[in-house]
Design a protein around this ligand. Structure first.
Ligand SMILES: [Zn+2]
Length: 214
């Protein structure tokens, strides 16, 4: 961990008037990724969660937040990142939408984590048997707002159709890879691209393991 340069910290404080943290702590991407990998291994090996909030964690988080990573994942009730990575309160900045798609608001949320909270690792985590991807693969009519999600996933399914193997599994992977690319190419994050790592991943509902895609 290191503190941001004073000038940058002052800049962030100025630009974040009203909702910036009192103090920004930066955890580099490699270190954050190692923490998540270790946390997932602990979760896979543990019959009960050991990452539950505690009174001390709440008290410590009251004044400001210090997440080590941003996790973009599906709203699916089986993919809660704090549990999967064995992390407590104040450790993960989470953006969740059905199908882990990122629109302008999702990108804005990630930008906020990077620019105001010092996050340097962004994980885009799809998951096995994702209903949003299944609906896209199945095609047919869906209600208007769900269709907005399906439209975001369609290019991944089209790409997966060119690949060998299971169409749903390949579509889930392609979707995580595409959304990671979208975040990487976001103009605001490009300026900090050397420091920032965007890592696509897929969560296995049965084993609890996170498969890292690059
Ligand atoms: Zn899903």
């Amino acid at each position: 961990m290191k503190k941001l340069l004073p000038i940058l910290a002052a800049f962030l404080a100025l630009t974040g008037v009203g909702f910036a943290s009192n103090e920004v702590t930066v955890v580099n991407a490699e270190s954050a990724l190692a923490t998540l990998k270790k946390g997932n291994a602990t979760y896979v090996a543990s019959p009960v969660s050991s990452g539950k909030p505690t009174e001390a964690a709440r008290a410590d988080s009251f004044k400001s937040q210090h997440p080590i990573a941003a996790i973009v994942t599906c709203s699916d009730s089986r993919t809660s990142p704090e549990i999967i990575f064995n992390q407590n309160l104040n450790r993960l900045f989470v953006v969740r939408t059905a199908g882990n798609v990122v629109d302008d608001i999702g990108l804005g949320s990630v930008e906020y984590a990077v620019e105001h909270l010092g996050v340097r690792l962004i994980v885009v985590m799809g998951h096995q048997s994702c209903g949003a991807v299944k609906a896209t693969v199945a095609g047919g009519h869906v209600p208007a707002h769900i269709n907005s999600i399906v439209n975001q996933i369609k290019p991944a399914v089209a790409q997966a159709k060119k690949e060998k193997g299971d169409l749903l599994a390949n579509s889930i992977q392609c979707n995580a890879l595409r959304m990671a690319e979208r975040i990487k190419n976001d103009s605001s994050l490009k300026a900090l691209s050397k420091e920032i790592k965007v890592v696509p991943a897929v969560y296995n509902l049965q084993t609890g393991k996170v498969q890292w895609l690059n």
